[in-house]
Design a protein around this ligand. Structure first.
Ligand code: NAD
Ligand code: ZN
Length: 367
């Protein structure tokens, strides 16, 4: 029993399957869509140790031969040197264009191996088997792939849509609790953008989502659907994709000013604080009721996510440093700031021309 969502446009449309124990079925699902393909599985050390055997067995059951390429775990693997290792290993296995690269891992493995698949032989078939909640609700949908450079994160990459996404909800049982919560923040985001009933559903069902089972699959399915819809709307050039940045302007500033130190803050935690700040800031600008900000904060706190700047351990950046980072951020146009603000839960919108002086006083009062 799994849910299937079909996303993407016409010939490039693909299925996202969401449910328990999908690794076992990976072979038959891939063989049905890519008959005769051989496979290279790209994964990281952590995930390989726990889930690689099950995927290999699932592929072998359908007669699919596979080679595994294991990279170190962590953001540092989104680099030119690791990309080269992956590309070389796939070519050494003599895989051809119609063979398939399978990403088994979190967003790091997905971004890295999707990029490798996108450039080898000008584009090999690609399947995502996301194993972190963040990857299942966010990075495996939308087709963005890439690596980091000394000049910044995600600056080199290609759009390369997968042929299939298998979101196995049971593999999340082995994800460290903190990583699960970080992915949960991105899940809540979709409710706060434009699905107030999803937010309400999460308030009532989050314990079941954390525990696993059908509620978890439901939450992931709604999140994937939401992301796919926003991405599809953006392909028609309305600029709506920016809504996915809810909580991210503040979040990125916090990640940067705390030195990307995961001991202090991981991305999803920055987004949780950022979403709480975006709601409080919207209330302060009299755009939304303060009750909504309180409600958002209460839910994030309830699941164990941070919501305040003071929730970050260690010495905090000051308001000026945060603003300096935000104004260097690409979301600045003509001296005014663009923020994702809200008129209430599930009513986010893109606000252009937010005065930086307002942001500065708000940040000062929040510290
Ligand atoms: P990650 O891939 O580093 O995974 C987090 C940690 O969890 C790693 O240590 C990993 O080994 C471990 N892990 C993953 N699955 C596990 C499992 N089932 N059991 C035990 N351990 C497991 O990080 P992430 O949070 O998944 O992804 C972050 C990356 O995603 C960033 O590089 C970010 O830029 C990227 N991203 C991309 C997009 C996109 O649209 N392409 C969107 C959002 C984020
Ligand atoms: Zn994010």
């Amino acid at each position: 029993p799994h849910e299937t969502i079909r996303v993407g446009l016409e010939e490039r449309a693909y299925d996202i399957l969401i449910g328990a124990n999908l690794l076992e079925r990976a072979g038959e699902e891939i063989a049905a869509r890519m008959p005769g393909a051989r496979a290279a599985i790209v994964t990281d050390e952590n995930v390989a140790a726990i889930h690689l055997k099950a995927l290999e067995a699932g592929l072998a059951k359908a007669g699919i031969q596979s080679t595994a390429v294991v990279v170190p775990a962590g953001e540092q693997s989104k680099s030119f040197s690791v990309l080269q290792t992956v590309v070389d290993a796939i070519l050494a296995a003599r895989l051809e264009r119609r063979d398939v690269v399978i990403a088994l891992g979190g967003g790091v493995v997905g971004d890295l191996s999707g990029f490798a698949a996108g450039i080898i032989r000008r584009g090999m078939d690609f399947v995502q088997v996301p194993t972190s909640l963040l990857a299942q609700v966010d990075s495996s949908v939308g087709g963005k792939t890439g690596i980091n450079t000394a000049h910044g994160k995600n600056l080199v990459g290609v759009f390369h849509q997968p042929k299939l996404v298998l979101a196995d909800t049971s593999v999340l049982d082995t994800l460290p609790e903190r990583e699960f919560r970080a992915g949960y923040a991105e899940t809540v985001k979709y409710g706060l953008i434009d699905r107030p009933d999803f937010f309400e559903w999460l308030e009532a069902n989050w314990r079941e989502v954390f525990a696993g089972g059908p509620a978890r699959a439901r939450a992931i399915a709604v999140a994937c659907q939401s992301k796919a819809e926003v991405v599809a709307r953006d392909e028609r050039e309305t600029g709506d994709r920016a809504l996915l940045n809810l909580g991210h302007t503040f979040g990125h500033a916090l990640e940067a000013t705390t030195g990307y130190d995961s001991a202090r803050l991981v991305h999803g935690e920055g987004v949780a604080i950022g979403m709480a700040l975006a709601h409080r800031f919207s209330a302060r600008l009299n755009l939304a009721s303060p009750d909504d900000a309180v409600r958002v904060e209460a839910h994030l706190t309830q699941v164990g996510l941070p919501t305040k700047l003071s929730d970050i351990p260690g010495e905090l950046p000051d308001a000026e440093q945060l603003l300096a980072y935000i104004t260097q951020d690409k979301k600045v146009s003509r001296g005014a700031l663009t923020f994702i603000l809200t008129r209430g839960i599930g009513q986010s919108f893109i606000a252009k021309d937010v005065p930086s002086s307002e942001v500065l006083t708000f940040l000062r009062d929040s510290l």
